[in-house]
Design a protein around this ligand. Structure first.
Ligand code: TPP
Ligand code: MG
Length: 289
């Protein structure tokens, strides 16, 4: 079973192969069944027998950007309204969430928004909570927010360590529990070199984004997506990174404040938060890839 992106990529590959077989040229395109999405293919001849094909799904890209939750979609009207050289107008803060029985990512981001110094770098690798972060924590400074454009995991934790070591200023890094494990050994580097990073691990017990994508394409449950039961604070401590837990909404503000209060000379801190999974509506919008 393939996602729409996969189908489009396959269309593009098929087109590329056809082009190759017919001696076709670069810049060809294909539309999906609804006619809205386009795949463009650029061909770079490498040798007489081989060429490198770049397939780009322009429709889905544009589609995503139309969506109001997408940061670039929000940035676009702001840029239009602003004069060159002026910052975009401020976006109104969303209504605060009320704490329930469990910590939610929205609650974490509300607390983070008011506690995060504006001049600090924020790194994010928390796939299913990404929209909530963008809705609640403004990105108002060039270079102040680091994330991926591709969706591949593994870079967030080490990127935060590298940024902190380069700047010697505290970086805040929000990670999903799954994402945190891809390059967890960078905690050792952070501890050893006293990289000033505050890691906030949003532990929803597994790969929520993969589960949600599975629901969308009719695979539920997706095998192997539960990774609960990991003590991230103990794991961090074992690498030499001081760490703490918070499991109840009432404990969140003080825990977050402590984790953020560490100075730029104090090295890394990790806060492990058990959070509720994002809602069933995740990735159900037509634009979602
Ligand atoms: C290198 C790599 N492997 C696998 C994936 C597939 N993948 C996308 S989201 C995701 C789950 C990440 O889990 P977590 O960080 O806990 O975030 P959550 O979805 O729970 O918010 C995975 C495994 C990927 N994007 N990149
Ligand atoms: Mg998770």
């Amino acid at each position: 079973m393939r996602s729409r992106t996969g189908q489009l990529a396959a269309t593009a590959v098929a087109l590329a192969l056809t082009l190759a077989a017919c001696g076709g040229e670069a810049g060809s395109s294909a539309s999906s069944h609804d006619g809205r999405e386009q795949v463009t293919v650029a061909a770079l001849p490498l040798t007489d027998a081989a060429a490198l094909y770049l397939a780009r799904d322009r429709g889905l890209f544009a589609h995503r950007h139309e969506h109001r939750h997408h940061p670039e979609a929000r940035a676009r009207p702001a840029h239009r309204a602003a004069r060159p050289g002026e910052p975009p107008p401020p976006r109104p803060a969303p209504a605060p969430v009320h704490p329930g029985a469990e910590i939610t990512a929205e609650l974490v981001f509300d607390h983070l928004r008011v506690r995060l110094p504006r001049d600090r770098v924020l790194v994010e690798e928390a796939p299913s909570h990404r929209d909530a972060l963008h809705a609640r924590v403004p990105v108002d400074r060039s270079g102040g927010f680091l994330t991926t454009g591709s969706g591949a995991l593994c870079w967030g934790l080490p990127l935060a360590v590298g940024r902190a070591l380069a700047d010697r200023r505290r970086v805040v890094c929000v990670l999903g529990d799954g994402s945190a494990l891809y390059s967890v050994q960078a905690l050792w580097t952070a501890a050893r070199h006293r990289a000033p990073v505050t890691f906030v691990v949003l532990d929803n017990g597994g790969y929520a984004a993969v589960r949600a994508l599975g629901r969308r394409i009719g695979i539920a449950p997706v095998p192997g997506t539960d990774i609960g039961g990991i003590d991230f604070a103990a794991l961090a401590e074992s690498f030499g990174c001081p760490a703490a837990h918070a499991d109840r909404p009432a404990d969140l503000p003080a825990a977050l404040e402590r984790a953020l209060a560490a100075g730029d000379e104090d090295g890394p801190r990790l806060l492990h938060l058990r959070v509720a999974a994002a809602g069933e509506a995740l990735y159900t919008a037509p634009w979602a890839g």
